[in-house]
Design a protein around this ligand. Sequence first.
Ligand code: ZN
Length: 400
Amino acid sequence: MNSQTIKLYDENAYGTEFTAKVLHCEKADSRENLYAVTLDRTLFFPEEGGQTPDRGVLILNDARKIEVLDVQIKNDSICHYLEEELPEGSTIYGKIDWEHRFSNMQQHSGEHVFSGIVNSRFGYDNVGFHLSDSVVTMDYSGQLTEEELKDIEKSVNRAIYENREIRAWYPAENELSEINYRSKKELSGAVRIVEVDGYDVCACCAPHVKRTGEIGILKVINSQNYKGGTRVSILCGFRALEYFYNEHAMIQKLAGEMSTGIENVPAQFKKQQEEMSELKRKLSESCEKLLLKEAEALPEDSQNACLFTDGDIDPNVIRRVVNSLVEKRGGYCGIFFGSDKEGYRFIIGSGAGLNSNAVLAELRKNYEVRGGGKPAMVQGSIEGASAQDISSVFLNFSME
Ligand SMILES: [Zn+2]
């Protein structure tokens, strides 16, 4: 069964239907409950060169449709993974998911134009390419700035509007030796060349669009430093359009909620942030005043004191109020924020010569306590103790 599958997509990237003979069908050794099927010829592009495989169905004589779940190259043949067994020698009818294929063609051809421009302008190679349903990334061997990426993106789109021809063929050996092409690895066997007129020549096995115009548009979505070079994420054609739909809907919604035009969203957002931090500052101030008042109102029959409050209070405020309590009382002073039901977080301070960790040790005898710190101040959380429980530990805790 060492016959190479005829790759129908090599000649015609636009073909969607084909008939073929089942050469071999066996239980797939690596995939549970799946069958590995090789055909004499196929339109299904396998996972190869960083690109995920085509989707589609194989249709039997009795019109049953069997979904092709994966397509891989195995022993030089193209292997289709199915949930059902097919009779060897039978003829089947295959149909690929054209929308999926065309989207891959748009992304992949866009990548070639992009990489060709990067290569001719900067000399960097595309050393890693990933094309799946969710991402299209290229890893370049050198660093590209945002400004440079913008320039390249513009040039790619110009190449798209120029509607240049894209040609794929297998040159004879003597012709190949004359061609200067990009290649990720040393290739053996027949080399397929994909040429974008005026922009790129590259060895590639994948289906491409016939003219650059079909790429539609190329948009850089993201870039990051990656292994000393740059990883660039792009979207082409309908995928780019889908991305714009979503992004535009998002910004429109934001603008609607801010009751402003989309062009004012950044300024409005900044203004709201400033207002919010001013409000937070004022709230902290009020909280501090209120807590200090409550602290002053505590009974003065002990050097120790503890205060309970609910809500989410800035820890800096709590710390300051604890310090002022300690200054006045000289003993162990704590502020607990939370509730009997949910538990409390706390900050406890103590006067000169005392160790706040001692109160924690006392509380730990009966309750679940987390946290600790330096003798002068500890912080943490306590569970299973009511305000009353905690108060009684505090007020009875000896100053020794
Ligand atoms: Zn390629």
